[in-house]
Design a protein around this ligand. Structure first.
Ligand SMILES: [Zn+2]
Length: 320
């Protein structure tokens, strides 16, 4: 499902933060169609912002002032951005235009999705027009619209910026199965935590070695369990670009050999290609290895057996 985000919605009182949650209510068409495990893609007036998988939907009750058409009495009234009169009725038999509308107080159901675990930033991949063309109903005005998933997926995998859609697949599996592989993400840590890591490790990126302090970020490994709670894992100092690639699974650490494993698409870049198979630049704790193993399990389920770690938990991991 495609959901419209943006500053206009915030001014209308919706509490939006595209990377973590989305709010809507029963005045919106398709409001009851979204369910846990569905893919949600968010866009604004300009472009696709990102996509994720719905982990949870909180519902509540509320009241809202909603406009109705003074000519036909229906609630299909839209506020126009550029043209006057300000309101137009969407009822095809009415199409009344006016600066005046009626307002009535209405009982509504409120919805709020949580989708932080699988969020992939997709800015720069598809324009708003391209996204609209991938909806089931292109001309729709609805803020929640059904996407033609296969075409959307195709556009994302064959666009100029390939996205790590495996994050979506594994998160969806973890949510719908309710068990098995957890979704592991890497988030940026607070300044105090970064300072602590700099004291412990020095100005060294755990993947690439010595690096200027300005380029180093504190990275937290997180696991999103089926119940939606997340637990803080081991902290690592990572160069900013490597942090992002690690979060997206394009770089993983083989927990058995403690060496880096790069996704094929990164090997086209000499600066990254030389990291493939490299040992970690600093000693890590068993706690770190445990988290790296979970991350590996999420992103490297299909690598050849000789690269598989030997003890990483669930029985569905092939062990030779
Ligand atoms: Zn009307």
């Amino acid at each position: 499902m495609l959901a419209k985000a943006g500053s206009k919605r915030i001014s209308e009182g919706y509490d939006d933060s595209p990377a973590t949650h989305y709010s809507w209510d029963s005045t919106v068409n398709n409001h009851a169609k979204l369910k846990v495990g569905d893919v949600i893609a968010l866009w604004d007036a300009t472009e696709l912002l990102g996509l994720s998988v719905i982990e949870d939907i909180e519902t509540g009750q509320g009241e809202k002032e909603t406009p109705y058409c003074l000519a036909c009495g229906k609630a299909d009234v839209a506020l126009r951005k550029r043209k006057l009169p300000r309101f137009v009725c969407w009822n095809q038999e009415c199409k009344h235009e006016s600066d005046e509308v009626g307002w009535k107080r209405k009982e509504i159901t409120t919805y709020r999705s949580r989708h932080e675990a699988g969020w992939i930033d997709a800015r720069g991949t598809l324009t708003a027009a391209e996204v609209r063309a991938l909806c089931v109903q292109r001309a729709s005005q609805n803020s929640l619209r059904e996407l033609r998933w296969h075409d959307f997926h195709h556009a994302l995998t064959h666009g100029g910026v390939p996205l790590p859609l495996r994050v979506i697949d594994t998160t969806q599996k973890a949510i719908t199965d309710g068990h098995g592989t957890a979704t592991i993400r890497v988030r940026r840590g607070q300044p105090a935590f970064r300072k602590h890591l700099l004291e412990v490790f020095g100005e060294v990126c755990v993947f690439s070695g010595p690096a200027p302090v300005q380029a180093l970020e504190a990275a937290h490994l997180y696991s999103y369990a089926a119940n939606g709670k997340h637990h803080k894992g081991g902290g690592l100092l990572l160069r900013r670009d490597l942090h992002r690639l690690f979060d997206l699974g394009l770089i993983a650490v083989n927990p058995r050999t403690k060496t880096l494993h790069l996704a094929g698409e990164l090997k086209a870049y000499p600066d990254y290609a030389r990291l493939d198979g490299a040992k970690l630049a600093v000693p890590v704790t068993p706690d770190h290895v445990k988290w790296m193993a979970k991350h590996w399990e999420m992103h490297r389920a299909n690598v050849p057996d000789d690269l598989m770690p030997r003890q990483v938990g669930p029985s569905h991991v092939a062990i030779v």
